[in-house]
Ligand binder design. Structure first.
Ligand code: DON
Length: 594
C-alpha cells in the first residue's frame, strides 16, 4: 500500500510541476522552446486546425514542435535522443538509431531505460516490410500462480518491490535481435555511445535529480544506493553520474552479443547476487529466454493504417477496439465537450472490459483477436453507448466472455520508422540493483493478475487469462504504434508510458491529429481523459475539463476523477520537407535530429 501511495504522490508532484511549466523541465531540453523551429525555412503544415483547450488548462495551444529535415528521435531523455540522431547522421537507419537510443536510455534514464526489463518494438521499413518484436519479460520457471497471495488470502507487495518481483529480462535479447534483422551497423558501433556515457559519466539534469530525490528511500533499500545516493544523498543537478559496472556489462554485450548477458560470468554473477537476496531467476531461465517476432496488428482508422503491438501487449488490441468503436461516428463531438468525454470515455471503457478479461500471453491463452479487432463487433459495442447516460462497467461485463516506462519514436531519411517502448514497470523496477552487473531489475510480475478481482499497482482488475504461470509473459499496456496515411506513407510514430494510461494517451494523440486535425504540438498538449473499466471512473487530467462539462458529466451518472496526468507520449509526425517531433510537455524529454 505504501508503494501505491508513493506512486500517487510522485504523479501529483509531476503534475504540479507541469502545471507551472509550459515547456518541459530539465536542464537539457533538446525539444524545449529554445530549440524549437530550429530551421528557419520551416513552414508549419497548413492543413491543421487551431485547437481550443479549456481556459483552466495550463498549456496554451499553438506551441511549436522540434523540426528536422532528414531524421529524428523523440525520447524521454534528450541525451539519448542525440545518441540516436548521431547514429543516423553517420549513416545508420532508424533501427540502428532505435537500438542505440535504447542502450543509451539504459544509462542516462535509469528509472525506466534498462537492461533488466523488457519491451515492444514496432518497425515499418520504407520498402513495405512491417514487424513487431515482443521482448517482454517472462515469469521465472519457479513462479507459481499464487506466489503473491499470503495465508490470509491477501496479495503481498512482493510483486512490486524486492527480489521476487522480477520477470526474466528481455531487453538485451530484443535489442540485439532487432539490430540483427533490420539494422545495418555492427552492435559495437551502436552501443559505443552508451558505453561512453556509462564509463565517462554525464551531468545529471534537474528532472533526473528530482526523480532521485523522490525515490531515494526506494533506491536506498538496495545496492543502488552506492551509485545513485553517494554518501547517503541523492545525486543533485550538476553532479556527474558514472556507472562503471554498467559500462563493463555493456562492453561485454558489445563484444559478445546477447550471450554476454544470458550466459557466462556476467549472468552467473548477477543471478547469484539475486539468489542471495532471495530471488528465483536462474541460469536456466536465462538460457530459455527468447524474444518473439510477431505480426503487427494492422487496422484502419478513417482511411489511415495503424501498425501496432499484438499480445503479449494489450496496447494494440485495446487501441484498435477503441478506434473501431469511434470510427462509427461520422465525426467526433467538439474537443473538450461533455459529449467528447462521454463518447471517448465510453469507447475506452468498453475496450478495457475486454482487455482486462480476455487478453494474456498468446502462448498460454486463446486470445479472440479476430473478434476484438473486428469492425462489426465494435459496431455492436458502439450501439450500447447511449447519448444521455454513463454505462456502469458492471453492466458491460455481461457483454464479455463467457511508473515506469519510456517510449521512443524514431524515423530516418528513407522513411523507415521505429516505435519502441521499454519498461522496468514502476520507476527503478523492483528497486533491486545488481551491483555485479550495474542495472536495476524490473517489477513486471505485478502486471500479472496476482489474484483475480484484486487490483494491481495501476488499479487494473484483470482475469484468469493473465494469471501467473512459469514461462508466461505478463500482459502489458505498452502501445508502440506507427500510423500510415491513406496513401500508405509514414504519418505518425507514437507511444507512451503510464501503465494502462499508455493506451488511452497514445490513442488520444492519434485522434487529435486525425479527427481534430490538431498540429502535433497541440495534439500532445491537449488535456487527456482515461477510462479503464474498473475502477468505474472517468479520469481527466487536473484542470483538463471546464467545470460546466464536469457538472454535466455528473448529471449523466459519471463519477469523475480530476487528477494527475494521463501518460507521457513521445511522438513524431511526417510533414512536408521533414519531420516534427514533440516530447510530452508533461515530462522532461526531448527531440534531436537533423
Ligand atoms: O507493461 C505495462 O503495461 C506496465 N509495466 C507499464 C508501466 C508503466 O508504464 C509505468 N510508467 N509510468
Amino acid at each position: 500500500m505504501m508503494r501505491r501511495l508513493a506512486l500517487a504522490v510522485v504523479l501529483s508532484i509531476s503534475l504540479a510541476a507541469s502545471a507551472h511549466a509550459q515547456t518541459p523541465r530539465g536542464a537539457t531540453d533538446a525539444g524545449s522552446a529554445q530549440t524549437l523551429r530550429a530551421r528557419r525555412d520551416y513552414v508549419a503544415p497548413r492543413d491543421r486546425i487551431p485547437a481550443h483547450f479549456p481556459p483552466e488548462w495550463p498549456i496554451r495551444p499553438g506551441g511549436a514542435p522540434f523540426v528536422a529535415r532528414h531524421a529524428i528521435v523523440v525520447s524521454d531523455a534528450p541525451l539519448a535522443s542525440r545518441v540516436g540522431s548521431e547514429i543516423m547522421r553517420r549513416g545508420g537507419n532508424a533501427v540502428d538509431a532505435a537500438v542505440a537510443t535504447e542502450f543509451a536510455l539504459a544509462v542516462v534514464y535509469p528509472e525506466a531505460g534498462n537492461l533488466g526489463g523488457g519491451g515492444f518494438m514496432v518497425i515499418h521499413m520504407a520498402d513495405g516490410r512491417n514487424a513487431a518484436l515482443d521482448y517482454r519479460e517472462m515469469a521465472p520457471l519457479a513462479a507459481t500462480r499464487d506466489m503473491y497471495v499470503g495465508p490470509d488470502g491477501k496479495v503481498s507487495e512482493q510483486s512490486i518491490v524486492g527480489p521476487l518481483a522480477s520477470g526474466v529480462p528481455g531487453a538485451v535479447a530484443g535489442l540485439t535481435a532487432a539490430l540483427a534483422r533490420y539494422g545495418t551497423m555492427p552492435l559495437a558501433t551502436v552501443m559505443q555511445p552508451a558505453i561512453r556515457l556509462a564509463e565517462q559519466g554525464f551531468v545529471v539534469d534537474s528532472a533526473m535529480a528530482n526523480t532521485f530525490a523522490d525515490y531515494a528511500d526506494y533506491i536506498g533499500k538496495f545496492a543502488g544506493a552506492s551509485v545513485f545516493l553517494p554518501g547517503g544523498q541523492p545525486l543533485r543537478a550538476g553532479d556527474t553520474l558514472r556507472q562503471p559496472a554498467l559500462a563493463r556489462t555493456l562492453r561485454a554485450i558489445a563484444r559478445r552479443g546477447r550471450a554476454a548477458f544470458y550466459q557466462g560470468p556476467i549472468a552467473e554473477a548477477w543471478t547469484s547476487e539475486l539468489a542471495r537476496a532471495g530471488g528465483i531467476i536462474t541460469m536456466e531461465d536465462l538460457r530459455r529466454y527468447r524474444p518473439v517476432w510477431r505480426t503487427p496488428i494492422r487496422s484502419t482508422y478513417r482511411g489511415n493504417t495503424l501498425l501496432t503491438m499484438p499480445p503479449a501487449s494489450s496496447g494494440g488490441v485495446t487501441m484498435t477496439e477503441t478506434l473501431n468503436i469511434l470510427e462509427g461516428f461520422d465525426t467526433l463531438p467538439p474537443f473538450g465537450s461533455t459529449q467528447w468525454a462521454h463518447v471517448v470515455g465510453s469507447a475506452f471503457q468498453r475496450a478495457f472490459v475486454d482487455r482486462n478479461a480476455k487478453l494474456g500471453d498468446p502462448a498460454f491463452v486463446a486470445v479472440p483477436m479476430k473478434e476484438l479487432t473486428d469492425k462489426r463487433y465494435a459496431a455492436r459495442l458502439r450501439a450500447t453507448i447511449g447519448t444521455t447516460r454513463a454505462t456502469p462497467t458492471t453492466s458491460l461485463t455481461a457483454i464479455g466472455e463467457g511508473t515506469h516506462t519510456t517510449h521512443a519514436s524514431i524515423a530516418d531519411a528513407r522513411g523507415n520508422a521505429v516505435a519502441v517502448t521499454t519498461t522496468l514497470n514502476e520507476l527503478f523496477g523492483s528497486g533491486v540493483y545488481l551491483a555485479s552487473a550495474g542495472f536495476f531489475l524490473n517489477d513486471e510480475m505485478d502486471d500479472f493478475t496476482s489474484r483475480p478481482g484484486v487490483p494491481n499497482m495501476y488499479g487494473l482488475v484483470q482475469g484468469e487469462a493473465n494469471a501467473i504461470a512459469p514461462g508466461k509473459r505478463m500482459l502489458s499496456a505498452m502501445s508502440p504504434t506507427i500510423v500510415l496515411d491513406p496513401r500508405g506513407k509514414l504519418l505518425l510514430v507514437a507511444g507512451s508510458r503510464g501503465g494502462p494510461r499508455i493506451i488511452t494517451s497514445t490513442t488520444q494523440v492519434i485522434m487529435n491529429v486525425l479527427d481534430y486535425r490538431m498540429s502535433l504540438a497541440d495534439a500532445m498538449s491537449a488535456p487527456r481523459l482515461h477510462h479503464q473499466a474498473l475502477p468505474d471512473t472517468l479520469r481527466v487530467e487536473a484542470r483538463g475539463l471546464a467545470p460546466a462539462v464536469n457538472d454535466s458529466l455528473h448529471a449523466m451518472g459519471y463519477q469523475t476523477d480530476i487528477n494527475g496526468t494521463v501518460g507521457r507520449v513521445n511522438a513524431l509526425m511526417r510533414v512536408r520537407g521533414g519531420y516534427e517531433g514533440v516530447s510530452d510537455p508533461r515530462g522532461s524529454g526531448g527531440a534531436a535530429g537533423f
